[in-house]
Design a protein around this ligand. Sequence first.
Ligand code: SOE
Length: 385
Amino acid sequence: MVGYAFMGAAHSQGWRTAGHVFDLPARPVLAAICGRDGTAVRAAADRHGWAAAETDWRALIARDDVQVVDICTPGDSHAEIAVAALEAGKHVLCEKPLANSVAEAEVMARAAEAAAARGQLAMVGFNYRRVPAISYARKLIADGRLGPLRHVRIAYLQDWLADPAAPLTWRLKRERAGSGALGDLGAHIVDLAQFLTGEPLAGVSALTETFVRQRPVVSGTPAGASGTEFGEVTVDDAVVFTGRLASGALAGFEATRMASGRKNALRLEINGERGSLAFDLERLNELSFHDHTEPAVSAGFRRILVTEPEHPYLEAWWPPGHALGYEHTFVHQVRDLVEAIVTGTAPVPSFADGLQVQRVLAAVEESAEKNAAYTPVTSLSVHHA
Ligand code: SOE
């Protein structure tokens, strides 16, 4: 594994647990973790259960005891590490968004295609596909329970940037993160919209905003202390966009890290001719389903508790009603990747899927920059009879 912050910790838990819960065809061994600070990475190795620590990712991917490289670094290093690891004959799991630009994502997708011909596999870490309720929602839609789709409404709302005194971290710098709420949260909802419907987005119309343009730099001075240095925020704080799916269904998206009170609210609703589905990540064991073919007098949204052994991933977990959480998505991700590697099956989401998401993110930025379809309300003429 490369990187050991929030995502490194979450992925480590997945690698540690999957082989103990699921009946996997091979059990992962946590060989080595890598980070630039020797003391910190050694501590991370001990905490998260990795046998060895490395301070240079090139040394990590050169190790004979490493077969899979899991990239949990900020987006600016994904392409270089992923391509080198695939060329070194390793399988790769890469955190989302796949890259910081379409050009990088294209290089990665090409490298993954070449590697697949040699038997090395590559997957992107869109972990929310592995929430059992989301996976089950995909099945209901694929089985035609919603009929032709009309609307997708999807929002990803967090609030850790609502406070203007929140520090300037790498996530707020374009050169490290690629974009702001768009790449961090928007990438998830674009992937989910495309995964759930099985359709690519055909086009978008977008608005982005950076509400707080200067934030305190934390190194040295505590945030808010007098004499605190401020630095420029170079990414979006929030984005709103509409889109059209390949079938013609309309979609509305919202991603923000400034929705005070909303901690990790990924909410979606999909409406079709025969039914609708609704989901909220803050209640991730539940899926709401409305069957529009039922008599109107008794039809309505009903809550499915997605904890039955027949539900995706649930066969290995607890008895019905004994809920799962955020961390289980990373366990499921490892299960699926290990099965793909051992059986030689192409894993999803692939780097090509990651590239498709990256193309949508680029289209959103282009649309927001051009403001092309944005019509100021004052320009509309009103005719009175
Ligand atoms: C921070 O906004 C973050 O950790 C994202 O980077 C993750 O992708 C998301 O799953 C939770 O929030």
